[in-house]
Design a binder for this molecule. Structure first.
Ligand SMILES: NC(=O)c1ccc[n+]([C@@H]2O[C@H](COP(=O)([O-])OP(=O)(O)OC[C@H]3O[C@@H](n4cnc5c(N)ncnc54)[C@H](O)[C@@H]3O)[C@@H](O)[C@H]2O)c1
Length: 252
């Protein structure tokens, strides 16, 4: 049985220096979790700010594409805090916007290394720890592009589809062991990643908003609300689910 209070629970958020990951780390920390903010750019200021607000938050530098760095990070979390209750595997990069046949091998390989193998690496060591302690909750950040296509983003979109397949299969593998594994699929959320896309294509924001039935881009905090719920006891029978948080974009 999952306990209701987050007090004493430990959460890990990768890709938490900015954007969706930072909003989720802030939400975990404010809900009472001891929160590890992990990113390839160590989020020291972000963790310090949370700690100054009375939260238990700590920064950790990790490149999720590096299996050994991820293994060491999970070992460090367990040595420091004894357990890992919730994890959001969120670190991600985009491939340059180009038709599929023009994406280079290096661009494809790096996208897969971060967006797919990064999730694989994190899940593997999180699960091994959660098995030892008898349970936990994992959320993987896929995308609305995990269930639809998007022009010029073949490698990224392929990874986001794969993250859902990985989530579903791992959920089945570990459901009886008390580990719930879900995916969150954000629509277009106003973050540095989305701002960067829109800077490179100034007409894009207008086009996107026209196609989003909600009539606006999402906010990182709206993804955080969904992630916190997926990790909470209120979602105790939600497992292997890919939750779209996209203002009805993908069904339009
Ligand atoms: N913003 C959107 O509209 C949107 C939509 C759907 C899905 N997503 C997904 O949400 C996640 C977060 O996106 P965002 O918009 O907040 O992006 P962002 O670019 O604003 O932030 C991504 C973070 O990941 C970190 N990161 C990149 N490579 C890393 C690595 N190898 N190891 C560790 N950290 C690394 C970056 O330093 C950065 O802090 C990504 O997985 C993205 O694909 C975003």
């Amino acid at each position: 049985m999952e306990t209701t209070s987050a007090s004493g629970k430990v959460a890990l958020v990768t890709g938490s220096a900015m954007g969706i990951g930072l909003a989720c780390a802030e939400a975990f920390a404010k809900a009472g979790y001891i929160t590890v903010l992990a990113d390839i750019k160590e989020p020291v200021e972000q963790a310090t700010k949370l700690a100054a607000e009375g939260c238990k938050a700590v920064a950790y530098r990790c490149d999720v594409s590096d299996t050994q760095e991820v293994r060491k990070m999970i070992d460090w979390i367990v040595s420091a805090y004894g357990r890992l209750d919730a994890a959001l595997n969120n670190a991600g990069i985009q491939t340059p916007q180009r038709p599929m046949a023009e994406i280079t091998d290096d661009e494809f390989d790096r996208t897969v290394a971060v967006d797919l193998k990064g999730v694989w690496n994190c899940m593997r060591y999180e699960i091994l720890q959660m098995l030892k302690q008898g349970g936990g909750a994992i959320v993987n950040t896929s995308s609305q592009g995990g269930v639809t296509g998007f022009p010029g983003q073949a490698a990224y979109i392929a990874c986001k589809h794969a993250v859902i397949g990985l989530t579903r299969t791992a959920a089945i593998d570990y459901a009886a062991k008390g580990i719930r594994i879900n995916a969150v699929c954000p629509g277009v959320i106003r973050t540095p990643m989305a701002e960067d896309l829109m800077r490179r294509n100034p007409a894009l924001e207008k086009e996107l908003v026209r196609d989003i039935p909600a009539g606006r881009l999402g906010r990182p905090e709206e993804i955080a609300d969904a992630v916190l719920w997926l990790c909470s006891p209120q979602a105790s029978f939600v497992d292997g689910h890919a939750l779209l948080v996209d203002g009805a974009f993908s069904i339009h």
